[in-house]
Write a protein that binds this ligand. Sequence first.
Ligand code: HEM
Ligand code: HEM
Length: 185
Amino acid sequence: MSNSMRQGAAPARYGAGAVAFHWTVAALIVFLGALGLLFDDIPKESRPFWINVHVCVGLMYFALVIARVAWRATHKAPDLPPDIDAFTRRSSAAVHHLLYVLMVLIPVVGIVARVWHGRPFDYGFFQLDFGVASNPAVYHPAETVHQLLAYALFALAGLHAAGALYHHFIRRDGVLMRMMPGGAG
Ligand code: HEM
Ligand code: HEM
């Protein structure tokens, strides 16, 4: 585990905090994405319930992602193995940056879609209601953009996971293990 700040030396592996954030956020993305893809197949009567689950869990996901970005800004990532070429380094950094952008942008647009539909976040024991009037000119395009960004995230995360498996099974360079809980660098 490492608490070294930006100015310190790069640690040998991702710290416990980064690992916990990575896998919790990934699991929530799979849950939210799968639920989102199912909306059209859910019977009309129960659809509002599941959309409410999606947005309520989504709001907690958003808070977690903000905490993750703040954590990342104050904790250094380990360097890639020295034999990895410059192009691969740049691609990896670009994919990670784009993943962060999508992880933040998708909930922002989702919140706009929910709030400008005039619908609250109903947690059961309390409701988060912004009191905005339903406005199709806002929520229609917001829903479309939210969906397209979600597809982009699925594609990029798939590429990213394929890259991780390539490191593990073909290159066998330990890059995947640095993001696994516990392991020794
Ligand atoms: C990474 C996280 C998320 C993913 C992958 C995701 C994915 C999706 C997908 C695939 C749909 C279905 C699109 C469609 O068929 O029209 C959807 C719908 C929606 N999502 Fe998300 N979503 C995420 C987070 C959020 C968050 C944080 C919110 C708001 C708090 C949100 C609000 C909505 C809304 C309002 C809809 C439209 C529901 C309706 O049809 O009325 N989503 N999402
Ligand atoms: C929704 C799914 C996922 C998202 C959004 C995601 C996102 C990210 C991000 C943003 C980073 C960069 C961490 C940083 O330096 O700040 C990262 C690193 C990493 N991820 Fe994922 N990830 C996902 C799924 C997976 C899966 C399924 C695997 C394994 C098969 C995986 C393996 C890794 C590994 C090994 C690293 C470290 C890469 C390195 O050492 O440079 N990720 N992930």
